[in-house]
Design a protein around this ligand. Structure first.
Ligand code: GDP
Length: 326
């Protein structure tokens, strides 16, 4: 990848895509191609093919996706499987057909089987049944990974897959029903703090364990992999360490300055009990994350407070745009 390369980022308005775009610009890449959903519907095969034929990108970061938290996955299973599947098939196929040199596909740690041994190793993929609360999204992302592997085997197409853990950071979605846990709790705690409320509701038991990666670290990993990795096997991206949802709530309370209580709503699902990645494969290639959780939460809260001065953060409906990963 050279500074003059033509680079297409799908999902550039989403959490991961926007971070990749910022990072590429920071490094001096001059020829970055982006499209909003209104300009290019990635579910439309003919439109995607026309786009690749006319724009002729050299490199593709496929960060687009219909995304959301545990509740969004439950309420919109058809969108989660069909839209993500169509986008993956169209983008990988058209990229290869139109001479793209290399494609990076973003999967997600939620494609691992529900009961796979922790920390999750790449070899555990497809070794057992999926977590039912996000199996629709997971099936589509697994198919995308297999698209990359199949096109590599049959056509020699240099398509690689990264499997990031739960991402957070600037550009996230904060809709209370459909967001992921970290942005949802950050917003709830901030609002409770502002209203001097004495408690905040946390869904589920608070005991599930999750890992969180600051999205600028993901962008860094994407550029690293684009430059240094051309294997068929996917690579996990994360810290390899996790904490409980209850501990996350306390961390967020510390950042916000909220001193109230947490109430656990057990009518809401816990989802998978644990989801922590084994990151040794990417580490062996020489990549490690840099922004620890405490720093990342401060940066995210700072961004959130500045952004809530503009209404769009709260009004943003995650699934109305194509953006990245669960
Ligand atoms: P998951 O990682 O695919 O399970 O998706 P989420 O990020 O939506 O949820 C992770 C965990 O956080 C689950 O155990 C949720 O029940 C829990 N959780 C606690 N409070 C919230 C909340 O306000 N929103 C969401 N989305 N999850 C919450």
């Amino acid at each position: 990848m050279e500074l003059a390369s033509r680079i297409f980022i799908s999902g550039h308005r989403g959490l991961a895509g926007s971070a990749i775009e910022r990072r590429l610009k920071l490094e001096g890449f001059r020829d970055i191609i982006v499209r909003t959903r209104a300009q290019l519907d990635l579910r439309d095969q003919a439109a995607v093919d026309d786009f690749f034929a006319s724009e002729q990108p050299d490199y593709v970061f496929h960060a687009a996706g219909v995304v959301g938290g545990i509740q969004a996955n439950r309420s919109r299973p058809a969108d989660f499987i069909a839209d993500n599947l169509q986008m993956a098939v169209n983008v990988v196929d058209s990229a290869w057909r139109n001479g793209v040199a290399k494609l990076l596909f973003l999967g997600s740690s939620c494609i691992y089987p529900k009961l796979a041994p922790q920390p999750l190793k790449e070899e555990s993929l497809l070794s057992g049944p999926l977590e039912p609360t996000n199996e629709w999204y997971a099936m589509a992302k697994l198919a995308g990974l297999k698209m990359c592997q199949a096109y590599r085997r049959q056509f020699g197409f240099d398509a690689i897959t990264l499997l990031p853990t739960n991402l957070y950071g600037p550009g996230d979605h904060f809709d209370l029903e459909s967001a992921h846990v970290l942005p949802a709790l950050l917003r709830k705690i901030d609002e409770a703090h502002a209203a001097r409320a004495d408690s905040v509701v946390v869904w589920g038991s608070g005991t599930p364990r999750r890992e969180f990666l600051y999205v600028e670290d993901l962008a860094d990993a994407c550029l690293f992999a684009m430059r240094h990795y051309d294997g068929e096997q996917p690579l996990n991206v994360g810290w390899g360490t996790d904490l409980t949802i209850g501990e996350l709530a306390l961390e967020l309370a510390r950042v916000v300055g909220f001193e109230g209580r947490f109430e656990f709503d057990r009518t809401r699902p816990d989802g998978t009990p644990r989801k922590v990645l084994d990151t040794s494969r990417l580490a062996a290639l020489g990549w490690r994350p840099r922004v620890d959780l405490a720093t990342g939460l401060e940066l995210t809260y700072d961004w959130y407070r500045r952004s809530t001065a503009h209404a769009e953060v709260r009004e943003h409906v995650p699934c109305s745009c194509f953006s990245p990963s669960s």
